[in-house]
Design a protein around this ligand. Structure first.
Ligand SMILES: *[C@@H]1O[C@H](CO)[C@@H](O)[C@H](O)[C@H]1NC(C)=O
Ligand SMILES: *[C@@H]1O[C@H](CO)[C@@H](O)[C@H](O)[C@H]1NC(C)=O
Ligand SMILES: *[C@@H]1O[C@H](CO)[C@@H](O)[C@H](O)[C@H]1NC(C)=O
Ligand SMILES: *[C@@H]1O[C@H](CO)[C@@H](O)[C@H](O)[C@H]1NC(C)=O
Ligand SMILES: *[C@@H]1O[C@H](CO)[C@@H](O)[C@H](O)[C@H]1NC(C)=O
Ligand SMILES: *[C@@H]1O[C@H](CO)[C@@H](O)[C@H](O)[C@H]1NC(C)=O
Ligand SMILES: *[C@@H]1O[C@H](CO)[C@@H](O)[C@H](O)[C@H]1NC(C)=O
Length: 240
């Protein structure tokens, strides 16, 4: 009798494990930085967390390699290069759920002083739009999951990142009016974010995004197709 109960308990745990595996497809962004190359040495792990400074963690200018899930931004200076344009690297870890490891290149090795993740803290595939005050995702940021009529960064927006597969329409007037552009992530059906390193290069002047809607709703909108980037680390900020 006891054996039967135990067995049925084990079976139900197994079934639950399978169900949880199937149901919770949500994967959170996470990152481990390593002081050594090839993901060795001292490490610092972050789960859906930003760090405006790494000095208090004892990890300033120390990272030589990383392992990550999701999309992450690495900056040469504290406060996400807000005070000064400098080197930065942006990472899309390929294939969503599995961990991706990489060395920083020789220029960016031992440089990282601040870090932030991109998109939803709960799911790396959620449909989100993040606006940044400076090109290459530097400076202040503002994160959205739906329509918004007057983002506070309006006057300065210079770059943006879309996660998930939905396009977004941006307008140069508040209240979803004026000239509009529909920004369409393109490429395969993998969940690669659309990285717009400089909106001006897509014909959208800096500081003109005054409202936006999720989806490609407006037939008068100029369609902007964003090429998906190859997985891995990419150079930004001051280019080298
Ligand atoms: C890192 O790994 C690569 C490939 O396995 C190897 O060639 C290289 O020597 C390693 N570097 C260090 C510093 O361990
Ligand atoms: C990080 O360092 C700790 C302490 O040395 C170690 O136990 C842990 O396994 C390391 N984590 C990774 C992902 O290497
Ligand atoms: C950089 O900017 C942040 C806020 O954007 C500010 O709090 C910080 O004091 C500045 N640091 C320096 C060194 O100017
Ligand atoms: C993506 O991840 C899954 C699960 O970890 C793995 O089975 C698959 O081989 C990976 N695909 C690629 C292209 O890396
Ligand atoms: C990074 O720092 C480590 C430890 O101080 C050092 O051994 C390594 O040579 C440095 N790498 C680069 C590229 O500066
Ligand atoms: C479509 O764009 C035009 C002009 O760009 C604007 O007047 C209109 O309100 C927009 N319609 C919707 C549904 O967004
Ligand atoms: C989308 O993914 C499926 C399953 O991995 C694949 O068979 C299909 O070819 C992909 N479609 C595109 C347009 O990449």
């Amino acid at each position: 009798m006891e054996k039967v109960i135990k067995l049925s308990l084990i079976i139900s745990i197994a079934i639950n494990a399978v169900l949880i595996g199937l149901v919770s497809t949500q994967v959170e962004p996470r990152l481990t930085l390593f002081a050594g190359k090839n993901w060795t040495g001292l490490n610092l792990s972050l789960l859906s967390q930003d760090r405006s400074e790494l000095e208090p963690e004892g990890f300033d200018n120390m990272a030589q390699s990383l392992c990550a899930v999701g999309t992450w931004l690495f900056y040469d200076l504290p406060y996400y290069n807000a005070n000064e344009t400098a080197y930065m690297n942006y990472l899309h870890a390929p294939n969503g759920t599995s961990i991706y490891c990489s060395n920083f290149d020789s220029v960016f090795s031992n440089k990282t002083s601040s870090i932030r993740f991109v998109g939803s803290p709960k799911s790396i595939t959620a449909e989100t739009l993040t606006l940044y005050a400076k090109t290459y995702f530097q400076g202040q940021s503002e994160y959205f999951t739906g329509d918004y009529s007057s983002p506070s960064l309006s006057e300065t927006v210079s770059s943006l990142i879309i996660t998930g597969s939905s396009p977004w329409t941006v307008f140069d007037r508040k209240g979803y009016s004026g000239t509009s552009w529909c920004i369409v992530p393109s490429g395969s059906n993998e969940t690669t974010p659309a990285f717009v390193v400089d909106i001006r290069s897509q014909g959208i002047p800096h500081g003109t995004i005054r409202s936006f809607k999720k989806g490609c709703l407006n037939s008068t909108a100029v369609e902007v197709n964003i090429q998906k980037i190859s997985p891995g680390l990419h150079r930004g900020g001051i280019l080298y």
